[in-house]
Ligand binder design. Structure first.
Ligand code: HEM
Length: 380
């Protein structure tokens, strides 16, 4: 078969497990991309034979896409606007609590995104930090962020380890996954139990009503609905952003979601064996100097058309590619735009005395981010 894609040498059996660092992988892959990457590709070849998981995948995908397409996303703007007002109020009260300002600020921004997706997925309105749905997503989030890096744990290479107890060498993460399974199960079950008979309009209620009306389309009809609503909630709430500390605007998912090739494939003369873990080097793409001159500098006006900006392409990689591209991308862009525009309209942001930050430029920078999003929205 043709040669494997270029990369750092692998070790026997465990492959790249010890080479992939547990944290900050996006920057490691960015550096590897500079060393081993041959050329810039605009995306994964459409002809590549990454098989999807069949009929169930297609059904869930259709349910999500139908709910989140561009036209439908526009209808959710009243929800986003309402939550943006709550965000503003919360930011104002966060300002008073100066001690834990940054932590609180992240929390309220995350709450903004969680609240929107909670309404859409389940028709639920969170009224306090103690809301059960907030706890559910925190539990899932803990599981996701502590379950080991993709391709960086022994169970990725030796899947049989998942049957071993956590104390067995190499089986820690399998045990961790088992321990945290309850969080995922709760995310599937709890909203479904709450929805019975009293749900406000939502993704879940829409599909449950259709099920009542039309009957099940298969033995797993209820599980499919629970699963699709859970993935919607989780994906929509987990893509958080923080906008003050770094003053940099990074993707919330810098390496996308890893995929596995289901059969041997050849991509541009390189052999991709069955079972390979495929991770998109999204961070590397957004920092490609050939496309984004001086990529590390925070300059959102780079995306604006000339002469105001540099007319650099709006990055598409952060939302994934092909048939699994993020179906929530229209909603996500609109949420950002509404939040940023609302903040700019109501707050003055100025430099914190004594701190080495460029906060004095934040107003201008946020304005440019909003303009860039608007330009992109119009193009779409
Ligand atoms: C800036 C925010 C967001 C980013 C950067 C982002 C990015 C991504 C990425 C990289 C994937 C994986 C694509 C792949 O498998 O290749 C994904 C999947 C997904 N996203 Fe998003 N997303 C964002 C916001 C949202 C929101 C707000 C929602 C819900 C309304 C959402 C719903 C989903 C769903 C349901 C999937 C799974 C799709 C599937 O497996 O077929 N995302 N997203």
């Amino acid at each position: 078969h043709p040669p494997l894609p270029p990369g750092p040498p692998a070790e026997p059996i465990i492959g790249h497990m010890r080479k992939i660092q547990p944290e900050d992988q996006e920057n490691q892959f960015y550096e590897w991309g500079k060393i081993y990457g041959k050329r810039r590709d605009d995306g994964v070849d459409k002809g590549a034979s990454f098989y999807s998981i069949g009929k169930t995948f297609q059904k869930l995908r259709r349910m999500l896409q139908d709910y989140l397409n561009l036209k439908k996303s526009v209808r959710y703007q009243p929800i986003q606007t309402r939550e943006a007002r709550v965000l503003l109020q919360n930011l104002m009260s966060a300002e008073v609590e100066r001690d834990n300002f940054i932590r609180r600020q992240n929390f309220v921004v995350n709450l903004f995104l969680t609240a929107i997706i909670m309404r859409l997925a389940y028709g639920h309105q969170a009224t306090s930090d103690e809301d059960p749905y907030v706890h559910i997503i925190e539990g899932v989030s803990y599981g996701l962020s502590n379950a080991g890096s993709p391709g960086g744990t022994p169970v990725d290479y030796l899947p049989f380890l998942r049957h071993f107890p956590a104390w067995f060498p190499g089986a820690y993460y399998a045990g961790f996954a088992r321990d945290n399974k309850i969080a995922v199960e709760t995310m599937h079950q709890y909203p479904y139990e709450q929805a019975e008979g009293k749900a406000k309009p939502s993704f879940l209620s829409y599909h449950l009503e259709a099920l009542d009306r039309e009957g099940p389309d298969g033995p797993d009809a209820v599980l499919d609905i629970q699963g699709a609503a859970a993935v919607l909630f989780c994906a929509g709430a987990e893509t958080r952003w923080c906008f003050i500390q770094k003053l940099k605007w990074y993707s919330a998912v810098p390496l996308g979601v890893p995929h596995r090739s289901l059969k041997d494939d050849v991509y541009r003369g390189m052999f991709i064996p069955q079972g390979s873990l495929i991770i998109a080097n999204t961070r590397g793409m957004t920092l490609d100097e050939r496309v984004y001159p001086n990529p590390q500098s925070f300059n959102p006006s780079r995306y604006l058309p000339k002469p105001e900006g540099n007319n650099e392409p709006h990055p598409i990689g952060p939302f994934g590619f092909g048939r699994r591209i993020c179906p929530g991308r229209h909603l996500a862009d609109a949420s950002l735009w509404i939040a940023i525009a609302s903040i700019l309209a109501t707050f003055n942001i100025s430099k914190t005395i004594g701190e080495d930050v460029v906060a004095s430029q934040v107003n201008h920078a946020l304005f440019n981010v909003a303009s860039a999003l608007e330009t992109n929205r119009r193009k779409t």
